[in-house]
Design a protein. Structure first.
Length: 576
């Protein structure tokens, strides 16, 4: 259900928090000056017909759902907004999840760009900002809510007007994580002020626009020390590409998206708020479930995962979602396709790179290549020549808080998979339920001994059974060859084949001698090409084999050692 699309009728404000849902009564009793009636209360007083008259795109079912949501409120004019309370006292803090991007110099903290040249912009503003009087933020309410207009100070954790090295690192960490969340979209995430023209949208022909995500502690009127709002962030819904089409609201009047932060917040926690609030600007609703309510938290469930539009503050892996984290006992409340919705709301998906097949594979070398896995069916191909009998490949993320869980596959010259590597990502959680980050096992590693020749390496985003699917396993990566980082299996046998080389007869593979504890998988080949389904120690020759030569390939694995690939000599030509 989408409670808004047309701002003349319905404008949804999402006020997001780093914590747990409470009842409407709890929110009101804590912050009486922000006592906007719930949709249920408004409808009880004014009727369903009045609510639909002010919000014609809402169906009766939509109104019914909003009436049952204690965080959904409605102003006098019929604007719908979400009022979500701050984290409950005693809840684990997001700083339990460390984050530190060390590859970016501190001096670059205010000049960072993820995709310079893009027409779409997400400006993470840490420098302070003035919200003018008379914007849509000051829509009258009854009782009146705090005035949002005013000067908002720059982000600080120490109260000093100059950015300290610690604050610069937090800004870098925030930017890197938000840039990774939006890496699959054609949008520039930046900490450099791009100017108002890069954010505002004046009409349909203006294709250069975006969002200002203001990171601030608030001011004396609005949310100072969380006193007037008690929230972690606020943002209008579905306004990223909005322009005034005769309704009287401008794109500028619906800016910025607020992310309230200060002492005690790190780059991980701030990035979770920023990506979430900008997600609202890009039309996304909250991802919840029956247990957690409005926000799926994942706290203490052993998954170490949460959706960006839930509450990711306690988890190492935070991704876009389509609601497939549901279970029969605890269903998701929202099956919205986040990626498709964002793309349709002003931040288009990047075009897929050309190297998506064997024929277009890019050469892989020790010089790193940077690329993006942009969808769950996206697989990137690389070509590599092995001349020394060994191969090392590494693929890693640009930030500790990556969204992409990598699987690497080594393929033969025909493009068939020889073996794949996918180290299980960590789902470790502390005793208080807070996950660990950076999560290990998200990168891709190949250490192998194999015959010289031409091979293909493919990279794919995968999920983790019992934790998350491959839906949100998307994002940027850097891949290169390198010297293998582990030693070879000490004793490696040479495979041979015995048996009569005639149709109907059985061939038997002899593995040779291997180090104790080595596991061996088998694959029979016809003229060097995989014979589908032929993976046993023995192989019965078929009509299709007549006139061809047979060999067997072994893939040997032992914990802590390189994978070893051995191929037998080919048999003589198979006869009838």
């Amino acid at each position: 259900m989408k409670p808004t699309r047309t701002l003349g009728a319905t404008a949804v404000i999402a006020i997001s928090i780093a914590g747990f849902a409470v009842s409407g009564a709890d929110a009101d009793s804590r912050e009486p000056e922000f006592s906007i009636p719930t949709v249920g209360e408004w409808v009880a007083e004014n009727g369903v017909a009045a609510a639909r008259a002010r919000n014609p795109e809402l169906t009766k079912a939509d109104i019914a759902q909003l009436r049952n949501d204690p965080t959904a409120r409605m102003t006098e004019s019929g604007f719908v907004l979400y009022v979500d309370p701050i984290r409950q006292s005693g809840a684990p803090l997001a700083v339990g999840i460390p984050q530190n991007v060390t590859s970016i110099p501190l001096a670059n903290f205010n000049t960072l760009n993820s995709r310079p040249g893009s027409d779409r912009t997400i400006f993470i503003d840490f420098d302070g900002h003035t919200v003018p009087i008379g914007t849509t933020w000051d829509e009258p309410t009854s009782p009146p809510s705090p005035t949002v207009a005013g000067v908002y100070p720059a982000f600080t954790i120490d109260g000093d007007s100059a950015f300290s090295d610690a604050e610069k690192q937090i800004i870098i960490d925030t930017w890197a994580a938000v840039a990774e969340d939006y890496a699959i979209f054609d949008v520039n995430v930046t900490t450099a002020d791009p100017g108002d023209a890069a954010i505002d949208r004046v009409d349909e022909t203006d294709l250069e626009f975006g969002t200002r995500a203001l990171v601030t502690a608030g001011n004396a009127s609005w949310n100072s020390s969380l006193s007037s709002c008690g929230c972690g962030g606020i943002a209008y819904m579905d306004v990223f590409s909005y322009f005034d089409d005769g309704e009287g609201y401008t794109h500028e009047s619906l800016q910025p998206a607020f992310a309230f932060a200060g002492n005690g917040d790190d780059g991980k926690s701030i990035s979770d708020v920023v990506s979430h609030e900008v997600g609202h600007n890009l039309s996304l609703d909250h991802d919840g479930n029956d247990s957690d309510g409005e926000y799926f938290i994942g706290l203490g469930d052993g998954k170490n995962w949460a959706p960006i539009m839930g509450a990711g503050y306690y988890n190492g892996v935070v991704q876009w979602s389509n609601g497939d984290y549901t279970t029969d006992l605890d269903p998701a409340t929202n099956d919205e396709d986040d990626v498709a919705s964002i793309s349709a709301s002003g931040a288009p998906l990047l075009p897929d790179e050309a190297n998506n097949s064997r024929s277009t594979a890019l050469a892989l070398s020790s010089t790193a290549r940077d690329a993006v896995i942009g969808g769950r069916t996206d697989v990137d191909w690389y070509k590599v020549s092995v001349t020394t009998g060994s191969l090392g490949v590494y693929s890693g993320p640009p930030t500790p808080n990556t969204n992409l869980d990598t699987k690497l596959s080594v393929r033969d010259s025909a493009g068939k998979v020889i073996f794949s590597t996918d180290v299980a990502s960590s789902t470790t959680e502390a005793s208080n339920g807070v996950g660990t980050s950076p999560v290990t096992g998200m990168n891709g590693v190949i250490n192998a001994d194999l015959p010289n020749g031409t091979y293909y390496i493919t990279i794919d985003g995968v999920g983790r059974t019992g934790s998350y699917s491959d839906y949100g396993s998307l994002g940027s990566y850097s891949i290169k060859t390198r010297t293998p980082t582990v030693s070879s299996i000490a004793t490696q046998g040479t495979p041979t084949i015995s048996g009569t080389k005639r149709k109907g007869r059985t061939l038997t593979a002899n593995y040779g001698t291997w180090t104790s504890g080595t596991s061996i998988s088998k694959q029979w080949l016809r003229d060097g090409v995989v014979i589908t389904g032929a993976k046993s120690k023995t192989y019965v020759l078929k009509t299709a084999d007549v006139g061809h030569k047979i060999s067997i390939r072994l893939v040997a694995t032992k914990s802590g050692k390189r994978i070893a690939v051995k191929v037998s000599s080919k048999t003589s030509t198979i006869t009838n």
